[in-house]
Design a protein around this ligand. Structure first.
Ligand SMILES: [Zn+2]
Length: 168
């Protein structure tokens, strides 16, 4: 099924270029936008300082792609309106902003209930909260929202990032 979809998209996006020679190219447009959030995490079971509770200014960069631009209407010539694209990515970043993101079962129930009593924003996730796993998680969440995501990059620091992509 996936290969049929791929082939359909492939042939739809083929364009002949150069009238003199036979040159067939596969056309693909990519858009990128980014958003950031500040949150705390820790790596349960890790040997090193990241096992301790600490925070990051997480920055995510999302790439979407498609072979066909909108042909009609006010968004003619666009793959997706940047304003719509940014809104979706911004909302995702806001959901994770100013929170403690922790792996399920890595904190004692008494700790969680104490933090809840303080009304702290807690986000349990079913994986170690690393940049790699965030990149995959955000990829899935954005795909579920209908974006044709091709790559998600998550920066934990300005120098260090994890990139997640899927072969299709
Ligand atoms: Zn960290």
């Amino acid at each position: 099924m996936q290969s049929e979809n791929f082939l359909t998209a492939f042939f739809k996006n083929l364009k002949m270029k150069n009238q003199k020679g036979v040159r067939i190219v596969f056309v693909m447009y990519q858009l990128k936008t980014s958003a950031a959030f500040d949150s705390a995490h820790f790596l349960s079971g890790y040997q090193g300082k990241c096992a301790n509770l600490h925070g990051h200014h997480w920055s995510l960069e999302v790439c979407i792609q498609g072979g066909t631009l909108q042909a009609q209407g006010t968004k003619r010539g666009m793959l997706l309106d940047f304003s719509d694209f940014k809104k979706i990515v911004r909302r995702l970043a806001d959901d994770f902003d100013h929170a403690l993101i922790y792996e399920e079962n890595s904190l004692k129930d008494t700790t969680i209930s104490a933090l809840q009593q303080e009304n702290f924003k807690l986000i349990p996730v079913p994986f170690p909260p690393t940049a790699e796993n965030f990149a995959e998680h955000f990829f899935q969440l954005l795909t579920e929202q209908g974006l044709t995501v091709c790559q998600v990059t998550v920066y934990e620091t300005p120098d260090n990032c994890a990139v997640y992509t899927e072969g299709k």
